[in-house]
Design a protein around this ligand. Structure first.
Ligand code: 13P
Length: 251
């Protein structure tokens, strides 16, 4: 039986004081809850947030990282640097990275290899545009993103990876996939993993849903058999909106 995993992607929000206050609030409000929790603040606040959450049941995530180990890569942040300041997992392939920063599956695949080499776990984001859904290629798009993103990843390495299905049309729009629509894609993602890595790996991998998940729709989404948690954007920015989702997940 897979335990649930709820992650907050703070994106490019917050100032230092706000980040620290939110981290403090969450340490209190998630105390004693029984699921896996991660928060991913902007790079510049990672260190100070870590000082607040270390020793709690919340782990620290980063929102991206470089595809290379070190050296002359202006503006980039390496996996080793993240690891050094307490980060244990990294979100890769987010649609905002794919569409705003032109990241493709090849680059994302390099980042995944680099993250694992640095000892970080990975949340690989996949998901279709609304134009894909309209023409009925959602599952095909997700399969390509999985196969190309995970190229060369071994069975052992897969145990350090979770997948987040985030339909791009549902991100930050207030539109959510219905529980059945999300469940259908999650089941197909699990079957892709089964075809590549076998049924045991497919049974074990956590597949999170992201895209306007909030306190009102989380319970129904999290009740679906193949939805193992959530990757939350907007609703992760306040203790009051993130905590109820975490509570549903820890039931
Ligand atoms: P929203 O929850 O704001 O739709 O964002 C989802 C997301 O992109 C999480 O990574």
């Amino acid at each position: 039986m897979r335990s649930k995993y709820v992650a907050g992607n703070w994106k490019m929000n917050m100032d230092k004081e706000g980040a620290q206050a939110l981290a403090k609030g969450l340490v209190e409000s998630l105390k004693g809850l029984n699921a896996k929790f991660m928060i991913a603040p902007p790079f510049v606040y990672l260190d100070s947030v870590y000082q607040i959450i270390k020793g709690s049941n919340i782990i620290l995530g980063a929102q991206d990282m470089a595809a290379t180990e070190n050296g002359a890569h202006t503006g980039a942040v390496s996996g080793a640097m993240l690891k050094d300041i307490g980060v244990s997992t990294v979100i890769l392939g987010h649609s905002e990275r794919r569409y705003e920063f032109y990241e493709n599956d090849t680059l994302i695949n390099r980042k995944i290899h680099e993250a694992l080499k640095s000892g970080l776990d990975v949340v690989l984001c996949i998901g279709e545009l609304s134009s894909h859904r309209i023409v009925g290629v959602t599952e095909r798009i997700c399969e390509i993103q999985i196969r190309d993103g995970l190229a060369g990843i071994t069975d052992e390495q897969l145990s350090h990876i979770s997948i987040a299905y985030e339909p791009v049309w549902a991100i930050g729009t207030g539109k959510t996939a219905t529980p059945q629509e999300a469940q259908d894609v999650h089941a197909s993602v699990r079957s892709v993993i089964s075809r590549i890595y076998g049924p045991k790996a497919a049974e074990e991998i956590k597949i999170l849903y992201g895209g306007s998940m909030n306190a009102s729709n989380a319970e129904e989404l999290l009740a679906q058999p193949d939805i193992d948690g959530g990757l939350i954007g907007g609703a992760s920015l306040k203790t009051d909106t993130f905590t109820p989702i975490c509570k549903f997940a820890s039931r």
